[in-house]
Design a protein around this ligand. Structure first.
Ligand code: MOS
Length: 768
């Protein structure tokens, strides 16, 4: 087994203070709702309030009478293109009179008023007349195509993998298993709701402030909606209180609504969503229904066939790209020669799901990992051993036939959880507990996953990042990147990289809020790509600056010096020359040396055949293995996680504390998905539209023991070997919990969330 090695550095890999901690604790940090401008109006949305129908009339007369209302804008007031969507532009910005409304949260009008309360009140007085149509509310109904959400068919988007001959092997095999799984919605539940302010600016365009992951998406969307060149739209990210994918494409829509008010009133316009509007109208994790068939030969997986159906809701939004990840991850972290996967996205008259930590993969990882577990149980193979037998390892080919030779830590992560959980002993203890308890039952579950880092073959054209680094004459360093900090710790990692490269102290380095005026389009801050992409861009810029400073250093000792080393704010050579970084910066300034550089990193080119789904799907993969122990109350059906052991191959932990934070947060969010979070809809209206009815885990549900192992199997193209951790922190969780509950109750869990009602239903079912 390859033991993982990573180098030692002065800053990278060490313990540091989080650079944005103080301001976020003392209240100085300004989030979307904390900024305001002179003469600013506040906006509220008028939404359809019905799942499917024809918009017959919009009556604003009564609302306009309300004191403090400054204007109400409809499709007629959109100066540019009244159309939104990152991939397929199938979503109206504001629904046009006579057109269809396709979900409860479709936006019809924007009300602007002197304050938020007045705007929200007035929105309730805008009267819509909608001729209701029968809605499509499930994947099954959508597939019938009896009612169409758009034209032609509801089954609009599909992707596939054909590797080897899965059908042939399944036909011939004597040992075939089948399974059907369903994963429900999950709401991102970021603390800070959506919010944007659009301000007419000095350049006769608009400056946009707000909570977001992707400033360049927002810039493009407003440019289209207002019909202005991108050069007239400047986007600055405010501090962002969580996103988890929910602020990938959504802020483009939020900003579009506010920009229509700002454009028409020629005044700053702010919109801050209420939690209810946020949950009713914005993206979630996709519901996915999947069907699996697996052929075994001994302990070896010979073939996997998958059909997975995603509910795209009323508009495609990001679904076509989310689906690429569903496709690539559906057969799991295993080497399988024969793979046939079909993924389909169907339209329904419901809220359009989109990006959420894992991006279409947790649903199918839950399914494949449940399937493998079920097979192990039926064949009497230890669930850990079946994974050891089939795992990807250096030299394996993934389900898309991608030969992976480097940075494949999967066998190591499995070994780590085997060791940390004391696997065999834990199993025995659990079985012993169950033999003496009948009202409570315990179970142990394992999962093993892989994650394609960055945008992959489907999104290569977006996979680049810029940076801008400036050194002032006092030695202070300004770093600007195109990636956003949303709580995940990007600023700290970037400051560490700059500190490592320049040898300047961390406290002399500032990483600014992203601003499209300073750094060119750097792609989206998604797909666990920021450390690699913004990190490499910063490293690149810093390398050039350091070369210049080295030259100034050597010139100042008129040829009597060696190439200096830069450490902790001091620059020195081997001949006893030493100067502070700050003095050297000042010397460079006085010598008229250019002390700003841009950095750039673009993705290594991937070769992929979209027709067959064969090729290099992603630049590299992160790996994780996880063991959990749960206890189920057999009377109430409720489950709690007692212990968890999780191991993650991150390539290199640049900021180990940050990596641990991601893994802890991802675990809790994954546990919420698996056990507690249950979005309730009736006729396309979400009933659980606040946190009194949509239940997310609290500190009380966090297991006492959450043991984390960081595995470092370096990725040669990553900064210092780093890969991504943002999403893989969540991805193994639903599967390991589902497998543990299955063992506890002696029935196979086939859906998430594993609510108490569902557990009781399974317990009461006849033994299968
Ligand atoms: Mo993330 S789910 O790739 O925004």
């Amino acid at each position: 087994m390859p033991e993982t090695k990573s180098e030692d550095y002065r800053v990278v890999g060490r313990k540091v203070k989080r650079v944005d901690a103080l301001e976020k604790i003392n209240g100085q940090a300004r989030f979307a709702a904390d900024i305001s401008f002179d003469r600013q109006v506040h906006c509220a949305l008028v939404i359809a309030g019905t799942a499917h129908g024809i918009l017959r009339s919009i009556d604003t007369s009564e609302a306009l009478q309300i004191e403090g209302v400054e204007g109400i804008f409809t499709w007629k007031d959109v100066p540019g293109e009244n159309q939104l969507g990152e991939v397929i532009k199938d979503m109206p910005c504001l629904v046009k009179l006579g057109d269809r409304v396709r979900y409860y949260g479709d936006v019809v009008a924007v009300v602007a008023a002197r304050d938020r309360q007045t705007a929200e009140l007035a929105a309730g007085f805008v009267k819509l007349q909608i001729d209701e149509l029968e809605p499509v509310l499930s994947i099954e109904e959508a597939l019938q195509d009896r009612i169409l959400v758009h034209e032609a068919t509801n089954n609009r988007v599909s992707k596939r993998i054909r590797k080897g001959d899965a059908q042939g092997v399944l036909r011939e095999s004597e040992c075939v298993f089948e399974g059907e799984f369903y994963a429900h919605y999950q709401e991102q539940a970021y603390m800070e709701p959506q919010g944007i302010t659009v301000v007419p600016d000095l350049d006769y365009g608009f400056t946009v402030y707000g909570t977001m992951q992707c400033p360049y998406y927002v810039q493009t969307a407003i440019s289209n909606v207002l019909g202005l060149p991108m050069s007239r739209i400047r986007v600055i990210q405010t501090e962002t209180g969580g996103a988890f994918g929910g602020k990938e494409d959504v802020p483009s829509y939020v900003a579009s609504y506010a920009s229509i008010a700002a454009f028409n009133l020629k005044r700053p316009a702010q919109i801050i969503y209420s939690r209810e509007i946020d949950i009713q109208t914005t993206s979630k994790r996709h519901p996915v229904k999947s069907f699996y068939r697996v052929a075994m030969e001994g302990k070896k997986i010979k073939a996997v066939e998958v059909r997975a159906y995603m509910d795209m809701g009323a508009y495609a939004t990001l679904s076509p790209v989310v689906m690429f990840r569903t496709l690539v991850h559906a057969a799991g972290a295993y080497e399988i020669d024969n793979v046939s996967i079909d993924t389909y996205g169907v339209y329904t008259n419901k809220v359009p799901p989109g990006a959420f930590r894992g991006f279409g993969s947790p649903q199918v990882l839950f399914a494949i990992e449940s399937m493998i577990d079920d097979i192990a149980q039926r064949l009497g193979i230890d669930p850990l051993e079946i994974r050891e037998e089939n795992t990807l390892r250096p030299g394996s080919k993934t389900s898309t036939g991608h030969l992976i030779e480097e940075s494949v830590g999967a066998p190591v992560t499995l070994a780590k959880v085997k060791e940390s959980s004391k696997w065999y002993q834990l199993m025995e203890e659990t079985i012993a507990f169950n033999s003496t308890n009948s009202d409570r039952k315990r179970g142990v579950g394992i999962s093993h996953i892989y994650y394609g880092v960055s945008l992959g073959a489907g999104g290569q054209f977006l996979d680049k990042s810029g940076a801008h680094v400036l050194i002032n004459k006092d030695g202070s360093v300004e770093v600007r990147i195109g990636g956003t900090e949303m709580g995940q710790g990007a600023k700290t990692v970037i400051a560490m990289i700059a500190s490592q490269e320049l040898g300047q102290r961390m406290d002399k380095i500032i990483v600014h809020q992203p601003d499209t005026a300073f750094v060119p389009d750097s792609g989206p801050t998604v797909a666990s790509r920021t450390t690699i992409y913004s990190g490499n861009a910063v490293r690149n810029a810093c390398g050039n600056l350091k070369a210049k400073l080295s030259k100034v250093f050597m010139e100042s000792f008129s040829g009597d010096s060696d190439l200096p080393i830069f450490e902790e704010g001091i620059v020195r050579d081997g001949r006893g020359h030493e100067i502070t970084f700050d003095s050297l910066a000042n010397a460079a300034y006085s010598a008229n040396v250019k002390l700003f550089e841009s950095g750039w990193y673009e993705t290594p080119k991937l070769s992929f055949d979209m027709e067959k789904g064969i090729g290099e799907a992603y630049v590299t993969y992160s790996y994780a293995s996880q063991v959990v122990q749960v206890e189920v109350d057999m009377t109430t059906g409720s489950t709690r996680v007692i212990k968890a052991f999780t191991a993650h191959d991150v390539g290199k932990a640049i900021n180990p504390d940050g990596v641990i934070g991601q893994i802890q947060g991802g675990f809790v969010q994954g546990m919420g998905y698996a056990l507690y979070e249950d979005l309730k809809l009736v006729n396309g209206k979400i009933l659980s539209d606040n946190f009194n009815t949509y239940i997310i885990p609290t500190i009380h549900e966090v297991p006492q023991d959450l043991v984390i192992d960081i595995v470092e199997s370096p990725f040669p193209d990553g900064p210092y070997g780093a890969k991504g951790i943002g999403e893989p922190s969540l991805m193994p969780v639903p599967a390991s919990i589902a497998n543990a509950v299955s063992m506890a109750i002696g029935k196979r869990v086939r859906q998430i969330p594993i609510t108490p009602e569902y557990v009781l239903r399974l317990i009461e079912e006849k033994k299968d």
